[in-house]
Design a protein around this ligand. Structure first.
Ligand code: DOR
Ligand code: ZN
Length: 341
């Protein structure tokens, strides 16, 4: 049987939430991934050192004995250099949300002005703290990421030593930026490699595929697929797995977010294999991230095998239920084991 062994797979953009949802979803990442960059958009947002440390503790409790490192982030605000120095060793990055652009981002930045934000961004640059950005304007939904490119450009030029991660890119415009500015990097999700707007809204409306940024055109997906499959050194896997309770998705006001973490590695293996690029998956899932974030891989090893697996219709714990991408469908790869388990 065909297999692939992955060393230390990392998810460089993950929402683990809190309370019962955290307890439900954290083990679904920690069983297969070696670590993840944890998003700070809780209510209230993670914006103090205490909040970072307490949230990390709750995550570690939720994953039990799994070998998994939560790499913590702060919710971007205008922070002082003294504060950043004090918190630097407890975080891996700071996440900037334009105000109101997505789930729990109301306390984000009203206007991304390089002059007004300079004290914080210069301090981050000096302290080597990467800046992760949700790059969307509040324009027409299909143009939001494209319109944000000028913001990325002005930040990349004004802060040339700041590592800027364009999170969950969805357009060919964002892909083009990677080769234009040394300090721009990107995460790519599983779902944006696989779907276009047609899958979300071209037939019956699919709430479980609705997310922000929304999936775009075929040519955009093709540009993402190309850099992922070649494991372009400036891209890394970030699932943006964003669980919402089943009732909040299957609702006339559907929450944005696709839940992918339990089957992300399996579906990535299938995608890379189908495209005859399985040898590049290790870089996309781990090596590139280690270089970009200056991280060391862990000793976690995952073996995947080409064997059919039926995706559950939902995962549940207590009163919480969450529906994964490809619920009830059969995927072609499965997890064999990790580190002997
Ligand atoms: O679809 C999304 N869901 N996009 C985001 O940026 C946030 C996420 C969430 O937290 O639900
Ligand atoms: Zn996200």
């Amino acid at each position: 049987m065909q297999t692939i062994t992955l060393n230390s797979p990392f998810d460089m953009h993950l929402h683990l939430r809190d309370n019962e949802m955290l307890e439900l979803v954290a083990p679904l990442s920690s069983s297969t991934f070696a670590g993840a960059i944890i998003m700070p958009n809780l209510v209230p947002p993670v914006d103090t050192k205490e909040a970072v440390l307490e949230y990390k503790d709750r995550i570690l409790r939720a994953i039990g004995n799994d070998q998994f490192s939560p790499f913590m982030t702060l919710f971007f605000k205008p922070y002082s250099k003294e504060f950043l120095e004090s918190v630097k060793d407890s975080i891996s990055a700071i996440k900037l949300y334009p105000a109101g652009i997505t789930t729990n981002s109301e306390g984000g930045v009203e206007s991304i002005d390089t002059v007004a934000l300079a004290p914080t961004l210069n301090a981050m640059s000096e302290l080597n703290i990467p800046l992760c950005i949700h790059g969307e304007t509040n324009g027409f939904v299909m143009d939001r990421e494209k319109e944000f490119m000028s913001v990325y450009e002005s930040l990349a030029i004004a802060f040339p030593k700041l590592k800027i991660i364009m999170e969950h890119i969805t357009t060919k415009d964002a892909v083009r930026m990677l080769d234009k500015y040394d300090n721009l990097y990107a995460t790519i999700t599983l779902h944006h490699l696989l779907i276009t707007l047609d899958d979300v809204a071209g037939g019956m409306l699919k709430p479980h595929l609705f997310c922000k940024p929304i999936a775009k055109r075929y040519e955009d997906r093709e540009a993402l697929q190309k850099v992922a499959l070649e494991a372009h050194p400036k891209v890394m896997f970030g699932s943006d797995s964003a669980p919402h309770p089943k009732h909040a998705k299957e609702n006339c006001g559907c929450a944005a977010g696709v839940f992918t973490s339990p089957i992300a590695l399996q579906v990535l293996a299938e995608f890379f294999d189908k495209n005859n690029k399985i040898e590049n998956l290790q870089k996309f899932i781990s090596n590139n991230a280690c270089k970009i974030y200056n991280m060391k891989p862990s000793s976690k090893i995952i073996v995947l095998e080409k064997k059919e697996f039926k995706v559950p219709s939902y995962y549940e714990k207590g009163d919480e239920k969450v529906v994964p991408i490809y619920a009830n469908e059969t995927i072609q790869w499965n997890i064999r084991n990790y580190n002997g388990k």
